[in-house]
Design a binder for this molecule. Structure first.
Ligand SMILES: *Cc1c(COP(=O)(O)O)cnc(C)c1O
Length: 221
């Protein structure tokens, strides 16, 4: 029994009060752990690795909503295109174009979040503010008819410095509000920010969806 059921209920209660969606991040964790939360009513799960996501999708109930939250390579989009519920880490137009192409093949629209680089670390992927702005305001955006730009996603710096995290999440929230006013579409309604270590701050700063792994499933190896 490695699933933290009490933490799950506590977090659910906390999120319900602010109308925030919980994505349970189950990467590297066994099917049984997912089934444990599934039995408690959890339906949104997040994975980082394409092959692992495909295997879990095949093995588990079909009403699970699978979120791809990792860095997605263009040549792997085809494997998740038939079923993925939301792709969080869209960090380039090239990737968006490939998602659009694969979604078209499957005769569907795939909801996507554009990832914005807000952290001070260089290793985190994402659009910078300027390239995001350029893309959002461009005519090109309308040619991607098989993707739905549903919002933004970002990761704060991995740090104990609460003030820095607050600042980064506030920045993302204001980019989100600005982008929402440009896109001006009811589908644009999701701000994915907050993980085990910083989700409380993220909610204060206006997150609508948190991605929580280790608090629910324990530390990963
Ligand atoms: C692994 C991961 C999470 C969950 O991290 P925890 O700290 O275990 O909650 C959230 N978002 C992304 C993008 C991740 O890769």
């Amino acid at each position: 029994m490695s699933v933290h059921i009490e933490a799950y209920h506590r977090i659910k209660d906390q999120l319900e009060q602010s109308n925030v969606t919980l994505v349970a991040v189950s990467k590297t964790k066994p099917l049984e752990d997912i089934q444990t939360l599934y039995a408690l009513g959890q339906r949104n799960f997040g994975e980082n690795y394409v092959q692992e996501l495909v295997d879990k999708h095949t093995a588990l109930p079909s009403d699970i909503q699978w979120h791809f939250i990792g860095h997605l390579q263009s040549n792997k989009v085809k494997y998740i295109a038939p079923f993925v519920h939301l792709i969080h880490g869209v960090d380039s137009e090239k990737l968006l174009a490939e998602i659009n192409k694969q979604a078209h093949k499957h005769n569907r629209q795939i909801p996507c979040l554009l990832q914005v680089h807000i952290a001070s670390e260089q290793t985190k992927f994402g659009f910078d503010t300027q390239s995001l702005q350029e893309f959002i305001t461009s005519e090109r955006r309308s040619q991607y008819k098989n993707v739905v730009i549903q919002g933004l996603m970002g990761m704060a710096s991995f740090t104990e410095n609460t003030a820095l995290i607050e600042k980064e999440f506030s920045t993302l929230k204001s980019i989100y509000d600005q982008t929402a006013s440009i896109i001006n579409n009811t589908h644009f309604n999701t701000l994915s920010m907050g993980m085990s270590g910083d989700y409380t701050i993220a909610i204060e700063k206006g997150s609508t969806l948190v991605r929580i792994g280790s608090l629910l499933f324990g530390a990963r190896n």
